[in-house]
Design a protein around this ligand. Structure first.
Ligand SMILES: Nc1nc2c(ncn2[C@@H]2O[C@H](COP(=O)(O)OP(=O)(O)OP(=O)(O)O)[C@@H](O)[C@H]2O)c(=O)[nH]1
Length: 442
């Protein structure tokens, strides 16, 4: 089964190629034929010259980033984008969600739908649509939300997974929180799940774990691509224990999204290190899993600086106290282990009932995928995709900042002039407050 990726706006079109390169390099270097075949089928098709072509559609309102992505992929001599798989215009959406959603989206609906349809028709079987965008700009967020809505209408029975990049907290764009609120509230009803990367977190991983001195956006994107690749590459699953799973998005969703009120997923990865350190590092599964579990319960994004005092509550009363101490409660977790001796890894500590809300049946809280193939040069790599309270604070911050601006109606005219009313904003705030409340009271 194959995944059709839709890259939207600058951010989606810069992270997308890094993801295709990451999975290409990983499966080519793996020296494991069935793994490579499965990965290729998932992400690429072959053209008449035998060259791998990404199953992707590139959409932006300005040409620069798309032109660069296409040229870079072709220049790699390894894989490329389809010759007619992109759509761009001359001018971006000016960081205005309303411009993207109300103007550019509807204007170019037919052309974009046509590109996606052609890519879907090239799949023997569609595993799902993977839409990548930032929440803070105008095109990725506004056009991206509009396109997701159209895809939901056209493919009501297909899985749609959105990958969302959250803005730096300090902010490059004054209205980034407005754009984020409008994007998140709409996508929440359209998408099957939202996989989130926060730019601040990834930036810290680059500086503290990868030891990169002058961090570029490309460094940040490589880390995001590495994490996504480690989730999306072939693995054995509970439903497919003897063959690589053919339905990665479906199985991801059935493992993690047990209730439509809870769709926010974050990704943790261990270890993270620079390419040069890889050869000199030795890790054990018990060590990696102990750190990863503590990262989960103490809501730490990296293995450095984890609070080891946070522990799993043994009863409900203690649970409330522990939440105040920083305990991160989960609905469900998916652990993905790749590399040497995966079968020897003891994953029992991730199954502990105290980690989870009591109302999810025990067989729905925890899932494990594994592959003996080392991922991207890492002898052992553990990835945790988590549906938990971990995104509660970042979401709350975005909503609070947006609300503070909205209270004085700052910049609202820029949205109303394109057709987004104050009532639309209020509806979005209400929706997100509801989600915040649901996750808070897990
Ligand atoms: N991680 C990461 N974040 C990015 C990248 N490019 C932009 N961003 C973030 O995305 C947000 C801005 O969105 P963009 O994708 O640049 O904007 P756009 O969707 O093209 O919209 P317009 O410029 O209004 O047409 C900011 O929060 C940036 O930090 C990237 O390559 N990687």
């Amino acid at each position: 089964m194959s995944v059709v990726t839709v890259q939207l706006g600058q951010c989606g079109n810069q992270i997308g190629p890094e993801v295709f390169s990451a999975v290409y390099e990983d499966s080519t270097g793996a020296n494991a034929q069935t793994y490579k075949q499965c990965s290729d089928e998932r992400f690429f098709r072959e053209n008449s010259h035998g060259v791998l072509v990404a199953r992707a559609v590139l959409i932006d309102m300005e040409p620069k980033v798309i032109t660069h992505a296409i040229a870079k992929a072709s220049g790699s001599g390894k894989w490329r984008y389809g010759g007619k798989s992109h759509f761009c215009q001359k001018q971006g959406s000016g960081n205005n969600w309303a411009n993207g959603y109300c103007v550019h989206g509807p204007q170019h609906k037919d052309a974009v739908e046509d590109l996606v349809r052609r890519e879907v028709e090239r799949c023997d079987r569609l595993a799902g649509i993977f839409a990548m965008m930032s929440v803070a700009g105008g095109t990725g967020s506004g056009v991206g939300t509009y396109v997701t809505q159209c895809l939901r209408d056209t493919y009501p029975h297909s899985f749609i997974l959105n990958h969302l990049t959250w803005p730096y907290g300090t902010g490059e764009v004054i209205v980034q929180n407005y754009n984020s609120v409008l994007t998140l509230s709409r996508l929440y009803t359209l998408s099957d799940a939202l996989v989130v990367h926060e730019n601040d977190t990834v930036h810290k991983i680059c500086s503290q774990l990868m030891n990169i001195k002058h961090i570029s956006i490309s460094d940040v994107n490589k880390v995001i691509a590495h994490q996504l690749g480690s989730v999306l590459q072939p693995a054995y699953t509970a439903d497919s224990p003897a063959h690589y799973s053919r339905n990665p998005i479906g199985e991801l969703l059935s493992s993690l999204v047990c209730h439509p009120e809870y769709k926010l997923l974050n990704v943790l990865n261990i270890p993270h290190m620079s390419q040069t350190s890889l050869a000199y590092s030795a890790y054990t599964w018990p060590g990696l899993l102990k750190h990863l579990r503590q990262m989960l319960i103490a809501n730490a994004r990296m293995e450095e600086g984890i609070d080891w005092k946070v522990c799993v509550p043994s009863n409900r009363a203690e649970s409330i106290r522990n939440t105040q101490m920083g305990f991160n409660r989960s609905l469900s977790n998916l652990l993905i282990l790749r590399g040497k001796d995966v079968s020897s890894a003891d994953i029992g500590a991730f199954k502990e009932p105290g980690l989870y809300v009591p109302w999810v049946p025990a067989d729905g809280t925890f899932h494990m995928w594994h592959s003996p193939v080392p991922f991207s040069g890492y002898e052992k790599l553990a990835t945790l995709v988590s549906n938990s309270q971990s995104l509660l604070n970042p979401l709350d911050n975005i909503v609070k900042k947006a609300w503070n601006m909205f209270a004085s109606r700052a910049y609202i005219h820029q949205y109303t002039k394109f057709g987004i009313s104050e009532e639309d904003f209020l509806e979005s705030f209400t929706m997100l407050e509801q989600i915040i409340s649901s996750y808070t009271h897990l």
